[in-house]
Design a protein around this ligand. Structure first.
Ligand SMILES: Cc1ncc(COP(=O)(O)O)c(C=O)c1O
Length: 413
């Protein structure tokens, strides 16, 4: 029994869970390399429709229909990418780590998508490994990026400001004196091919890490490797909000561990502050510089609204020069009709501000509702923050053509 899948799935179909082993057992032996990506299937009448990856390297969605006795491929839209590597390794859904059903249901905490990019190959999540004595493990000398891709109205997946993230990653490799700075195109190809391998069209977070492998002394500068993976994760959307605290831990200084470099080792500082805040019952943490001015959050930049004007710690305040911060600086002046102030910011300005928010690729634009149990402004998301959120989410989903240059579509259709 063959089904016209996309249509049939839409009408009267319901999702059912079947163990992957059962789904795979239904596939007859043959000259194919099908793998179920997760243990969800769709039941239509007597038929099960499983969604599977196609092992030959095509990166489209392929669906397999079966009535438990007959198996056939229906709705096959296989576009084989000639010359791409054939995937090898264990069936994806049998890999130990991704909780495939939770991944499919978009549950929190969501695991990383089943395929990752590692040094020129697409590999199953479980095989994305570096040596235990590599430079990145021993000395924390990786550099990384976190960015997001958003589903557009037409069903494409749009990477937001990929070029700027790649530029910052390459700056990090330079600052860390890597012997080889990976070319821009190679990094872009890694990200896009990884997303295609995972057949992703939903909102997702993407992590890219350039690292030092080998087993060399502290001053090693190579060999240089590249990793990319995706964590499917819905956008936080408009509204919401966080209760924050100011950490007792100070932000690392440019003169010691430069926060401008998004280096893996730096995040011991962010992690220390975030753990303290979370264990004390807060949602988010703000860090101050060694001389007591506000710097940033553990994974996002800080912006205040004072007298209707956006104010943010300047780039000399031991912050990561955030790409979302740059986006907000560009949008903010239009929304407030006032130039944005980049300057040193005092801690007590948090209590004087009408509004405050965190901004970052992962954090997006998220209101801060209180700091150390004192409300920020009214204690609700304020009008400037809400207006910025509306505009930000319209831009990232490709709804404002003026900003199309910030978007990299993953799919050709
Ligand atoms: C410490 C820190 N600050 C700020 C940001 C925000 O940067 P971006 O907007 O480029 O994601 C991040 C996120 O990567 C971060 O880790």
């Amino acid at each position: 029994m063959l089904l016209q899948l996309e249509g049939a799935v839409a009408e009267g179909a319901r999702h059912v869970e079947r163990p992957v082993a059962e789904l795979e057992a239904a596939i007859p032996e043959g000259d194919h390399d099908f793998r179920f990506r997760h243990d969800l299937a769709v039941e239509v009448g007597d038929a099960l429709v499983g969604e599977c990856g196609f092992g030959g390297g095509g990166h489209r969605r392929h669906l397999l229909a079966m009535d438990r006795t007959t198996v056939g491929i229906a709705g096959m839209r296989c576009k084989q990418d000639a010359g791409r590597r054939r995937r090898t390794g264990p069936a994806l859904a049998r890999d130990p780590t991704p909780d495939a059903a939770a991944y499919r249901r978009n549950e929190d905490p969501m695991p990383t998508a089943p395929y990752m990019y590692l040094d020129g190959s697409i590999v199953p999540y479980a095989d994305a490994k570096v040596h235990a004595f590599s430079g990145v493990v021993k000395y924390g000398c990786g550099v990384f990026e976190g960015l997001r891709a958003y589903r557009s109205a037409s069903g494409n997946l749009l990477l937001f400001r990929l070029a700027e993230h790649i530029d910052r990653l390459r700056f990090g490799m330079k600052a860390m004196r890597y012997e080889r700075i990976l070319p821009h195109d190679e990094i872009e190809e890694a990200v896009v091919s990884m997303l295609r391998a995972n057949d992703l069209r939903e909102d997702t977070h993407v992590r890219v890490i350039a690292y030092l492998g080998g087993d060399d002394p502290l001053h090693q500068t190579g060999p240089v490797g590249l990793i990319a993976g995706a964590l499917p994760r819905p956008s936080r959307g408009v509204g919401g909000g966080l209760h924050a605290t100011v950490s007792s831990w100070r932000r690392i200084a440019d003169s010691a561990l430069p926060p401008r470099v998004k280096c893996t080792g730096n995040y011991v500082n962010n992690r220390t502050a975030e753990i303290e805040a979370v264990q004390d019952g807060y949602d988010a943490v703000l860090m101050m510089t060694a001389d007591g001015k506000l710097a940033e959050g553990s994974g996002a930049c800080l912006v205040l609204v004072r007298d209707g004007r956006l104010v943010t710690p300047d780039v000399g305040s031991d912050i990561l020069e955030g790409i979302t911060r740059d986006t907000i600086l560009r949008l903010g002046a239009d929304i407030t009709d006032r130039p944005v102030a980049e300057r040193r910011v005092d801690r007590t300005e948090l209590f004087a501000a009408e509004e405050a928010f965190l901004c970052g690729s992962g954090q997006e634009v998220t209101p801060i509702l209180s700091v150390d149990r004192l409300p920020v402004g009214s204690g609700e998301p304020g009008p400037v923050t809400l207006a910025l959120q509306e505009r930000y989410f319209a831009i990232v989903r490709g709804e404002i053509p003026e900003y199309a240059a910030w978007l990299t579509p993953v799919w050709e259709d």
